[in-house]
Design a binder for this molecule. Structure first.
Ligand code: BEZ
Ligand code: FE
Length: 305
């Protein structure tokens, strides 16, 4: 006899009941036994084992299973080429970050990887060193500079750096539904592996939460907000491509938590606020606006580690 308490009421699975449940699980596992691809066989059987364990652990009701099906149906219905609700679901369940953790193990001081997110766009414009990625997006100008090196400390010249971020209202260009391109660009490191550009001081913003994932966050008392960040994707020959962010130290959202679990302490960076009138590093005139400055040095692991 196996006694459990579910929502204050105890449920009992007799030994016969447990044997019946196990027999069903064994039958389903066996049905995948002939899968020709061994990896697919392993993954399918693991899915079945964990799914049945979940159903049995919480003694899932048929109404609850129906709700789960409706949730997944709603996620499918809202998904199109611009909105991917299943990726959002993976993100808020920590599955995206766990997959990143498994596949990007720490390596000799290499910069940590974090979540890619849905707002990267292929074909961003190239800017020169010291150029501006804002390109019309509103916000506090922010000078960002750093180096790209390998794990032996050698500079990486010609590394391609893609950067993208939201505007001061918390929206990426692609969320406006017009054809604008703003808050994104790519540039290349110089012969000494250095880079520099103007962007916007990142602000915290909510992930899209007007769909089933947002309703799930609300029902569970979770915030959709992300800690303020700037996205980077850095690639160079012979080195592991790095997808990461730099996060703004002191952002109140750091204490409240990141809705997609993307923060790693090593990625938190000081963004120093500069009062209006402070000379800028490249002499740019930002008018009567305040601005900010950050340094983010990037270390790339060798390819294949
Ligand atoms: C982002 O940082 O752009 C992002 C990541 C995960 C879900 C939604 C947005
Ligand atoms: Fe983002």
């Amino acid at each position: 006899m196996n006694q459990r308490t579910i929502r204050g009421r105890s449920t009992t699975a007799t030994d016969d009941q447990q044997r019946a449940e196990q027999k069903l699980l064994d039958e389903v596992l066996a049905s995948f036994g002939g899968t020709p691809d061994p990896r697919l066989r392993q993954v399918m059987r693991a899915i079945v084992r964990h799914l049945h364990a979940l159903i049995r652990e919480v003694r899932l009701t048929e109404e609850e299973w129906q709700k789960a099906i409706e949730f997944l149906t709603a996620a499918g219905n809202i998904t199109d080429d611009k909105r991917q609700e299943f990726v959002l679901l993976s993100d808020v369940l920590g599955a995206t970050m766990q997959t990143i953790a498994v596949n990007n193990q720490a390596y000799r001081g290499a910069t940590a990887a974090t979540i890619f997110g849905p707002f990267f766009v292929e074909g961003s414009p190239q800017i020169p060193l010291g150029g501006d990625i804002a390109r019309g997006a509103g916000g506090t100008p922010c000078w960002v500079e750093g180096t790209v090196t390998d794990t032996d400390g050698n500079p990486v010249p010609g590394a391609r750096i893609e950067v993208w971020e939201c505007d001061e209202d918390g929206y990426y260009d692609v969320q406006y539904g017009d054809d604008r391109s703003a808050g994104r660009a790519h540039l290349f490191t110089d012969v000494d592996g250095r880079y520099r550009f103007w962007g916007l001081k990142p602000v915290p913003y909510p992930i899209p939460h007007d769909g089933p994932v947002g309703r799930m966050l609300a029902a569970t008392g979770r915030s959709p907000f992300r800690v303020a960040h700037l996205h980077f994707m850095v690639s160079a020959d012979g080195l592991r491509t790095l997808v990461t962010h730099t996060f703004v130290s002191g952002d109140p959202q750091l204490a409240a938590g990141d809705s997609v679990f993307g923060v790693k302490d090593s990625l938190i960076t000081e963004f120093v606020d500069k009062p209006a009138g402070t000379p800028t590093p490249d002499g740019r005139d930002v008018g009567d606006r305040k601005w900010a400055q950050a340094r983010f040095d990037i270390v790339l692991a060798p390819a294949g580690v």
